[in-house]
Design a protein around this ligand. Structure first.
Ligand SMILES: [Zn+2]
Length: 147
């Protein structure tokens, strides 16, 4: 009778996975490889595509992608020459920026999320750095090592 033990092991694995997903200390990486912001659920992932446009994906508590509802997002890139604002539009189940991020990196990006059009925006600051982290191999802006 091996079946019960296999099932038990699977349940343990799932329980541990669920536990680590809600652990407060551990930085959870965005499922797409971007930065999972610390906004209340549904949490938003800031991800920069190869063409430098930004994709924002929302996730429920189990990190399952969910379609945006009334949320609106704005991104402000703080480059040396001034602030560059990116507007977003809904594309399928994600929000995508209509324009790409400015050239280069190493500048700060502020992601402004409104849960409803009349809500106060919540700001999340991200240092946009595309160098690969030596430990987690993710780009530094999405690094999960906490350094
Ligand atoms: Zn890292």
């Amino acid at each position: 009778m091996k079946t019960p033990r296999v099932i038990h092991t699977l349940i343990t694995v799932f329980t541990l996975a669920a536990f680590s997903a809600v652990g407060a200390d551990k930085i959870i990486g965005g499922p797409k490889g971007g930065r999972l912001l610390e906004n209340p659920t549904p949490r938003a992932e800031f991800f920069v595509e190869k063409d430098r446009t930004v994709t924002i994906t929302f996730y429920d508590a189990a990190l399952k992608a969910v379609a945006p509802g009334e949320q609106t997002v704005n991104v402000v890139a703080e480059v040396k020459s001034g602030k560059v604002e990116l507007e977003f539009e809904k594309k399928g189940d994600v929000l995508v920026s209509k324009t790409p991020l400015p050239e280069g990196d190493g500048y700060n990006v502020v992601v402004q999320i409104k849960t409803r059009p009349d809500a106060k925006p919540q700001n999340f600051r991200v240092k946009y750095d595309t160098r690969a982290c030596g430990e987690c191999k993710r780009p530094e802006y999405a690094c999960t090592c906490g350094h």
